[in-house]
Write a protein that binds this ligand. Sequence first.
Ligand code: FNR
Length: 338
Amino acid sequence: MKKQLDYRNKIILAPMVRVGTLPMRLLALKFGADIVYTEEIIDWKLVKTKRRVNDVLKTIDFVDQSDGNVIFRTCEEERGKVVLQMGTADAKRALRVAKMIENDVAAIDINMGCPKAFSIKGGMGAALLYNLENAKLILKTLVDNVSIPVTCKIRIMPELEETLRIVKELEATGISAIAVHGRTKVERPQHPVHTDVIKKIAETLTIPVIANGGSKEIEKYSDIEKFREACGVTSVMIARAAQWNCSIFRKEGELLSVDEIIADYLKMCIVYDNAPANTKYCVQMILRELQESPKGRRFLDSQTLEQICDVWDLGQLCRETQLAYHNAGIQGRRQVCP
Ligand code: FNR
């Protein structure tokens, strides 16, 4: 029997390369996100990994056999809520990966929206919208052979009719939901999002449509509701607004300060021994122009997790935790950036 994930009435952390690693996903859940997507992980990276239970961190790690790097780390706190987004152009390899991870994630999403040259050249991401037979083969292969829901995340096409034709064909593969970033392949994040097209898609399909692309106008929780209404959907997926300030998920409405967010984020990084480079990147995304402040410059000079934590007075906690992990015999290298 297939496991289910209810995609209706949900606020979701969008997949974001480098941002969507375990600490940010846990922070999003803590603030109120219902479902969290991983960063896109390419199939051939995952296929080389081996599943390891990390007894010290209490995590499940998928570790690259050749260099010991952790490619995907998950834990009990996100069980039933984490969706792994895969980059793939190959149904057979996608299935091999899906079988490796199906017991550790709530669902699998296929990236069909990435417009970057790296994805397109490999036939992945938005290239799949122009190779619909392969897109359908990948989805159908997964739907027929894994025990968890399968979804995809797309962009829209320049023509509405073409968009509607594609989504109907994708729906017919048996996917459980579809996330729609309401921009075309060539439109950039600063372009207006086509809420009207998302609405048409939602009216056309039976499966839940998850609206995405509204961050430019999402500054507070009530803006999420406005975006949801404009798109005629029940579920919304948020990327940049969460990357800048993850407390956007708080139903209480008020955003936390940048310092509070960073401190909360760093605590997650300490507990889950996040890679310093990944931690630094995410903190930079939160700080944005504040990187130019004296505190920001101190942070930019830091390299190790301890040094980064020092800037937010969490250095001691970091050192004590690392010592405890070391004494407990921690294994495996910290999660690397892709
Ligand atoms: C992204 N996006 C993205 N999309 C995807 O399907 N897989 C991915 O791994 C990524 N990675 C990624 C990294 C970063 C840093 C950003 C800002 C964005 C796109 C993202 O999920 C979303 O579709 C767009 O950002 C539009 O939504 P917002 O930002 O308006 O909420």
